[in-house]
Design a protein around this ligand. Structure first.
Ligand code: SF4
Length: 520
C-alpha cells in the first residue's frame, strides 16, 4: 500500500491519480486533515509521500523506497527551485517522512500570476518522474478523455503538428500517444459531422439486471434472479419516463439510441418486445443513425431475443466475451462458456446483424501474454465489426477490490505487449482506433480503446466521450447530460436502487423536467 498525506483536499484527485499512474501495482490511499481518526490510526505509519501546500510554495517529501537512486541525492541538502526540473531537495522534518537522510524533499514556488493548481500538478509530475526515472505515456494527463484536447484544437483549425507539440510540451504526453489522440479526434469529427447538436439529442436506456455479477463490476447491476418480480414494474416506469421525454422533446431530432445496463438481454423476449415497441411508439426513429443494444452476456442471449431486437430495427449489438479463456471466465463470475460466446456470436450473424461489437479486458486475473494472444486469435477468426479493448480497472465498490485484498495484485498484469497484441489483432481485422478513454485505477496505466472497421464506428460511444450533444438517460442509475450551446454541461442523476426508482418515478420525471426546462 502507498499512502499519501495531503494537507488540502483540493489536490486529492490529481495527486492520487498521478501516484497511481507511476505505481500501478500499488493500492494508493490518501490521508487528509479531515480523514477519520480510525483511518489516520491505520494509515499514518504507512505514509510514503507527504505534500505540504503553502501560498508561496509547495513541498513534496518522498520516502527513499520510492526514490530509487534519486533519494540520497535529493536528501543530501541541496535546496532549490524545483519548477524547472524538480531538481532540488533538502532534508525534512525529523521523525516523519521528511527525516534528514531518509527522504527526498522537493520544493516548488509558483511564479507571478501562475495558476497554482496547474503549476503544482506539473511540479508533482516532474518530481515523480525524476525519482522513478520514468515518463508516462500519457504524461500528466489524469482526466478520462485525453482526446478532448485534440478535438477542441482541431475545431479551432489547428494543425496536427501544433496539436502534437501541445500534448508533448504542456502535458509531457509521448509522441505516439499524441498522434493516437489526434488520429482518433479526426475520426470522431468526421463521424460527428452529421450529428444535430442544438436541435438533436441521443437517448440512453438502462436495464440494470444481469445473469450474475462479474468480479470487476462497478455498474448499476443486480442479479436478475432476485428481481424477476419487479422487472415489469421497472419497464412500466421506464416507459413512463420515456413518455415524458418524448413529449418534452417533440420536434427535436433523435440521432442515436443506446440500451445498456446491466445486460438488456436478461429481459424475456416479451419484455424486450414491450420495451422496444413502447419506445418506437413514443419516439420518432426516422432519423436515428444508430440503435445499439448491449447483448453483453452470452448466457443471456437466445435466438428469440435476437430476433426481437432485429425486428425492431436495432442496428448494432455487443456480444462481449472479455476473454476466451474458460478458467478466467469462471474466476470472474461470467457463467457463459467460451462455446456459448461463440454460439451467441454466430446466432447474431444468423439472425442478420451486420454490426457486432465484442469487448475484451486485458489484465484479468492470472492471464498471461499467451492467453491474450489466444483470445485475440479466436476473435480474429470470429471477425466482429468492432472490438473494444479495456484495461482492467479496479473499482472500490467491486468484488475485485475484495479479491485483491485476499490475493494481492501479482496476478493482474497488463503490459505494453498485451496492449500491442490487441492493437495488432484489430489491425488484422481491418479496424482503426476510433475512441479512447481512461479510467481511474486502470491496470498498468493504459487506456480503453474502441477499434472498428470503417462504416462501423460506434456513434454513441463518441458522443459520450466528446460531450457535444445532450444525452437523455432513462432508468435506475442513469445520468442525463444536457449540453448547452456554450459548451456548459448540466447533469441529472436517477437513483440507483431499482425499488427506489420505481417508488420515486415521479421525482425522476421531475428531475428531467428541471434538466430539460427551456430545451425545446
Ligand atoms: S455484465 Fe457488465 S453490468 Fe453485468 S455484472 Fe458484468 S460487468 Fe456488471
Amino acid at each position: 500500500m502507498l499512502v499519501i498525506e495531503l494537507d488540502k483536499e483540493n489536490f486529492e484527485y490529481d495527486t492520487q491519480a498521478l501516484v497511481k499512474a507511476f505505481f500501478p501495482e500499488e493500492q494508493v490511499e490518501v490521508l487528509l486533515p479531515e480523514s477519520r481518526a480510525d483511518k489516520r490510526e491505520r494509515l499514518s505509519g504507512e505514509v510514503k509521500i507527504r505534500v505540504a501546500t503553502g501560498e508561496k510554495q509547495a513541498e513534496v517529501f518522498i520516502s527513499p523506497e520510492l526514490c530509487g537512486g534519486e533519494a540520497s541525492a535529493d536528501s543530501s541538502g541541496k535546496n532549490g527551485d524545483l519548477r524547472a526540473a524538480a531538481d532540488g531537495g533538502r532534508a525534512g522534518e525529523p521523525g516523519r517522512v521528511g527525516e534528514p537522510g531518509t527522504v527526498g524533499c522537493f520544493r516548488w514556488e509558483p511564479s507571478e500570476g501562475e495558476n497554482y493548481k496547474e503549476g503544482f500538478k506539473e511540479f508533482f509530475y516532474r518530481t515523480l518522474s525524476r525519482v522513478t526515472g520514468r515518463q508516462l505515456p500519457w504524461g500528466m494527463l489524469t482526466g478520462i478523455r485525453p482526446t478532448k484536447i485534440a478535438y477542441g484544437m482541431l475545431e479551432e483549425g489547428r494543425g496536427r503538428q501544433e496539436i502534437a507539440e501541445h500534448y508533448c510540451r504542456k502535458y509531457f504526453v509521448s509522441q505516439e500517444k499524441a498522434e493516437l489522440a489526434t488520429d482518433i479526434a479526426e475520426r470522431e469529427r468526421r463521424l460527428l459531422a452529421g450529428v444535430h447538436y442544438e436541435e438533436g439529442y441521443s437517448l440512453y436506456i438502462g436495464i440494470p439486471f444481469c445473469p450474475t455479477t462479474c468480479l470487476y463490476c462497478s455498474f448499476t447491476s443486480y442479479p436478475i434472479a432476485g428481481y424477476r418480480k419487479r422487472v415489469d414494474a421497472y419497464l412500466d416506469c421506464l416507459l413512463q419516463e420515456a413518455d415524458y421525454v418524448a413529449k418534452q422533446l417533440q420536434g427535436k431530432i433523435l440521432d442515436s439510441v443506446y440500451i445498456g445496463g446491466g445486460t438488456p438481454t436478461t429481459l424475456e423476449p416479451e419484455q424486450l418486445d414491450r420495451l422496444l415497441s413502447g419506445l418506437r411508439e413514443l419516439f420518432d426513429f426516422g432519423r436515428v443513425r444508430e440503435f445499439t443494444v448491449e447483448a453483453g452476456r452470452a448466457d443471456s442471449i437466445t435466438e428469440e431475443k435476437l430476433k426481437v431486437l432485429y425486428r425492431h430495427g436495432v442496428t448494432r449489438i455487443s456480444v462481449n466475451p472479455q476473454t476466451m479463456k474458460q478458467e478466467t471466465l469462471e474466476l470472474i463470475g461470467r457463467k457463459a462458456s467460451v462455446e456459448q460466446v461463440e454460439e451467441a456470436y454466430e446466432l447474431a450473424r444468423k439472425v442478420g446483424f451486420d454490426n457486432v461489437n465484442m469487448d475484451i479486458i486485458l489484465g484479468l486475473p492470472g492471464e498471461s501474454q499467451e492467453d491474450v494472444q489466444r483470445t485475440i486469435d479466436r476473435l480474429v477468426e470470429l471477425s466482429p465489426d468492432s472490438l473494444t479493448v479495456h484495461s482492467l480497472a479496479v473499482k472500490r465498490a467491486s468484488g475485485l477490490s475484495q479479491w485483491i485484498q485476499e490475493n494481492g495484485t501479482s496476478m493482474l498484469r497488463n503490459t505494453d505487449e498485451t496492449m500491442a497484441i490487441a492493437a495488432e489483432g484489430a489491425e488484422r481485422l481491418g479496424m482503426v482506433p476510433y475512441y479512447l478513454y481512461r479510467q481511474k485505477n486502470m491496470s498498468g496505466n493504459f487506456e480503453n480503446v474502441g477499434y472498428a472497421r470503417e462504416g462501423k464506428l460506434g456513434l454513441y460511444n463518441i458522443l459520450i466521450m466528446e460531450e457535444k450533444q445532450t444525452i437523455v438517460a432513462l432508468g435506475a442509475g442513469s445520468i442525463s447530460k444536457r449540453v448547452y450551446p456554450d459548451g456548459r454541461i448540466e447533469r441529472s442523476e436517477n437513483v440507483k436502487d431499482v425499488t427506489l426508482y420505481i417508488e420515486k418515478i415521479d421525482e425522476m420525471i421531475e428531475r428531467k423536467r428541471e434538466l430539460l426546462d427551456g430545451y425545446v
